[in-house]
Design a protein around this ligand. Sequence first.
Ligand code: SF4
Length: 191
Amino acid sequence: MTTPAPLPPLQAPRKLKLATVSLAGCFGCHMSFLDIDERLFELIEHIEFDRSPLTDIKQVGVCDIGLIEGGLCNAENVLVLREFRAHCKTLVAVGACAITGGLPAQRNHMDIGAILTDVYCTRQGLSASCRIPDDPELPLPLNQVHPIHEVVHVDYFLPGCPPSANAFWTFLNDLMAGRTPHLGHGLMHYD
Ligand code: SF4
């Protein structure tokens, strides 16, 4: 494996607000973001985290950048996405699930009712009293999983499954310096 070339120092004219959220994703994109490791210390010199699993803030505030992991599989995902769009100046679809629906979209060729019945009622080993969960607090599933650009305007797409830590770093560096992000071939891969 080749060692990646050193990246330029992070540049930002002022401290920016950044929010992140995982919708129908596996948190792998967030974990890859954290793989920037000690560069996180440099990052927080330039940005302040708003809503994110890193802060546990539940409501997104007014932000410069919103990073969205995951697509849309239920009604709550749509609400959260619309909130992010309304509060974030720049919205980024991060990873294959946000960009295309990704792995969760594999259910799109099946009937959602049939899937729920199979998983909760008829699968071998379930008791006769099993039923599809219907607590009113549970978000209603959508018939299909959608990429986020089908519901809101997306400013940038950061591809990968997940995008690598260096891809996150380069992307944010460009964005915070006011440049159009450019990853180049070496930073775009799916593994
Ligand atoms: Fe997980 Fe890949 Fe989807 Fe990111 S793009 S949430 S790593 S499955």
